[in-house]
Design a protein around this ligand. Structure first.
Ligand code: HEC
Length: 664
């Protein structure tokens, strides 16, 4: 079934692209070239005849493959074999009730109109048929553009979706102008007679020049549209190299680059030979151009075959990427200087690579060697600043947790940790469990900041498959993936708590342990920490019994000025009874109630010697930026200090939520 769908898509894309290409070629390349040459060249009529046949064939193929696509889609949606999909009305349902059906009907209507116009296309004289020629071109372009709605672009929501869709439309039209014009270009070159006279030579030269310009413009648009598309569907390196979708996309890009190289040879080496040359040279060059165009076309059909498959796969960003390399680069480890140096080197190497290819295509081999040496040098120099960023990597390094970093998951993880990990890593995580002494390697201290040097996906790999040749066993057979993520969320939350304990009243911009998200009830409505943070920084007050009544009163009195400064207060009582905040404080609006699991998790962010009150300043991305406790020197911050801090915290640049982490 999949196979049938892929083949149908391939033929449909190919047919519609070529259809657009035939008309575009006639309007933009061959027509003007013949007209410019003055007297009518006899072959012009012959070429037009052949182009018309090609157009008819493409139109028939477009309609046939379009119908096959529809049936395959209907069968896929109804889960029935192709025959049954037809007889039992699935096709009719798809046609009348789905987006795919609407697009199909539109394309079919355009195809019928096009067929009618096509009768008139060949019969008239050159000049008379101008209007018809533009009309068929527009109709074919309309069919091609409508294919964008069959792609992933149509399912991206919001304004981003509009951008994606526009990019898709441009991408398709540009494909029609480049890839689609190759077959008519070949037909044109076939017409060049062996004894080309000067008129013919002029026609070939003009057509080739016009064709090259069209190709350059289309390639630029193709690249721009392709980049937008890649960003939306596989916008991360792991998604590109680690998913089937991404790897196919890379193959497509590779074929595209190969096509570009052939086109560069045509443009830089062959086209100049056509200017003011003898008929013999013109004929020979035309033959070589023809050969190259055939190679380009073969590569182009490879691209379209991949397009056929890509549409049936989930985009890379929607599946877990399996990292295929032994190492990965963690650019977060680098300081600004090396990063800038690397960026410059990367751009320089890229420019050199392009120049090397162009020089090769133009036949200037010595220049090409110099540029290639530039590429090698760029890479060699880049290696030095890059070294600190190299990390050991695992297939799961870029997996995104299936369980969100939130109190419920952390709480489940705590129980799983106690059962499976404590014996080695110890109850407090310091690597001093009862079984630790008997091991050849000391279990890692899981409370060190070092834990955050590893991606959650790295931890997932170790917890799943063990470490150090089985000294730490793998838990893939004991814990299911969700449970493994729960444990990981727990050890990360605990380490975050320890790390937060080292933060003082001075705002920090570097270390940034994160608090797990949690739900609370305030003024009879349910909210979460994340939702609250969307409005700005939060002062999280964690207090125990007896409630620090004085402090809560002070904050309550200052609440409106704190809020004006953009600082929201969330106070959680971690004592036995969660109503304590109310007692004697006039129940400030910021006192919230939480479940007992949430209290347990939040206690990870208090130290035993904190006294009755721990206060954390959280920036909008949930990171702890400052910490006070009733026992530390300087104690708690007066409201005026909080207001000043909130202003500064609000200005700390917060990393945008990762593109890969988006959900649909
Ligand atoms: C049989 C003892 C044992 C058990 C049980 C065990 N570990 Fe380990 N763990 C180790 C040893 C040993 C190391 C390796 C330390 C090293 O290489 O420095 C380790 C390393 C780790 C690391 C790597 C830390 C780092 O920064 O390099 C993580 C994470 C980890 N364990 C998590 C867990 C979790 C979660 C569990 C429970 C699901 C668990 N371990 C159960 C012994 C154990």
């Amino acid at each position: 079934m999949e196979g049938f769908l892929i083949v149908a898509r391939f033929f449909h894309f190919s047919a519609v692209i070529m259809l657009t290409g035939v008309f575009a070629f006639e309007r933009l390349v061959s027509g003007p070239a013949f007209r410019r040459s003055g007297a009518a060249v006899e072959s012009a009529g012959e070429l037009r005849h052949r182009l018309q046949w090609l157009a008819w064939a493409c139109l028939a193929l477009a309609i046939g493959s379009g119908a096959a696509w529809l049936v395959a889609a209907a069968a896929g949606m109804s889960g029935k074999p192709v025959g049954a999909a037809f007889s039992q009305g699935a096709v009719r349902i798809v046609l009348t009730r789905t987006r795919l059906g609407e697009d199909w009907l539109l394309r079919f209507a355009l195809a019928v109109l096009l067929g009618i116009c096509l009768f008139g296309w060949g019969k008239r004289q050159w000049r008379v048929s101008g209007a018809i020629a533009w009309t068929v071109l527009l109709l074919a372009a309309g069919m091609l553009a409508s294919l964008a709605w069959a792609g992933h672009g149509a399912s991206t929501p919001g304004p981003a979706g509009d951008l994606h869709l526009v990019a898709d439309v441009c991408h398709l039209l540009a494909a029609g102008l480049w890839l689609g014009t190759l077959p008519p270009f070949i037909l044109f070159l076939v017409e060049v007679p062996r004894t080309a006279d000067t008129k013919w030579a002029a026609v070939v030269a003009t057509a080739t020049r016009r064709y090259s310009k069209l190709a350059i413009a289309s390639v630029t648009v193709l690249l721009a549209g392709g980049l937008v598309n890649t960003w939306f569907l596989a916008g991360t390196v792991p998604a590109l190299v680690g998913t089937e979708y991404g790897r196919l996309l890379l193959t497509k890009i590779g074929l595209f680059i190969a096509m570009l190289m052939v086109a560069a040879v045509n443009l830089l080496r062959l086209a100049p030979r056509l200017v003011a040359s003898t008929p013999n040279v013109v004929w020979r060059t035309a033959a070589r151009l023809q050969g190259n165009a055939r190679i380009e076309m073969a590569l182009g059909f490879g691209v379209l075959a991949i397009v056929g498959v890509l549409g049936t796969l989930p985009p890379g960003l929607h599946t877990e990427p399996a990292w295929p390399f032994l190492v990965r680069f963690d650019f977060g480890e680098l300081t600004l200087g090396p990063r800038i140096l690397l960026a410059i080197l990367a751009v320089a190497a890229f420019v050199c690579a392009v120049a090397a290819v162009a020089a090769t295509a133009a036949g200037r081999y010595r220049q090409a060697v110099v540029f290639a040496a530039g590429v090698v040098m760029g890479l060699a120099i880049g290696w030095l600043p890059l070294r600190p960023a190299i990390e050991r990597a695992y297939p799961t390094s870029y997996y995104a947790p299936t369980q969100p970093y939130a109190a419920a998951s952390v709480d489940r993880g705590a129980a799983l940790y106690a059962k499976n990990c404590t014996r080695c890593h110890g109850g407090t995580g310091h690597g001093d469990g009862p079984a630790a002494a008997g091991l050849p390697i000391r279990p890692a201290d899981l409370t060190e900041a070092h834990l955050f040097a590893h991606s959650p996906g790295d931890l997932f790999w170790w917890v799943s498959h063990g470490r150090d040749e089985g000294v730490m066993p793998g838990f893939a057979g004991i814990l299911n993936p969700d449970q493994r993520w729960d444990v990981i969320n727990f050890i990360r939350a605990r380490a975050a708590g320890v790390l937060a304990g080292q933060i003082g009243p001075e705002l920090t911009t570097s270390a940034a342990p994160e608090i797990p998200d949690f739900a609370f009830e305030a003024e009879r409505t349910q909210r979460t920490l994340r939702q609250t943070l969307e409005n700005g920084p939060v002062l999280l007050v964690l207090f125990t019994t007896p409630a620090p009544v004085e402090r809560l009163r002070q904050l309550a009195a200052a609440q409106s000025s704190l809020e004006t400064a953009g600082l929201q207060v969330v106070a959680v009582g971690l004592g036995a009874s969660s109503d304590e905040a109310g007692e004697g404080t006039g129940s400030p609006r910021f006192a919230v109630t939480v479940s007992s699991e949430v209290s347990t998790v939040l206690r990870l962010f208090r130290a035993p010697d904190d006294g009755g009150d721990t206060e954390l300043m959280l920036d909008r991305s949930d990171a702890v930026r400052a910490r006070w406790s009733s026992k530390t020197p300087g104690a708690l911050a007066p409201p005026a200090v909080l207001i000043a801090d909130a202003d500064r915290v609000g200005r700390i640049t917060v990393a945008a939520p990762s593109h890969a982490g988006h959900t649909h």
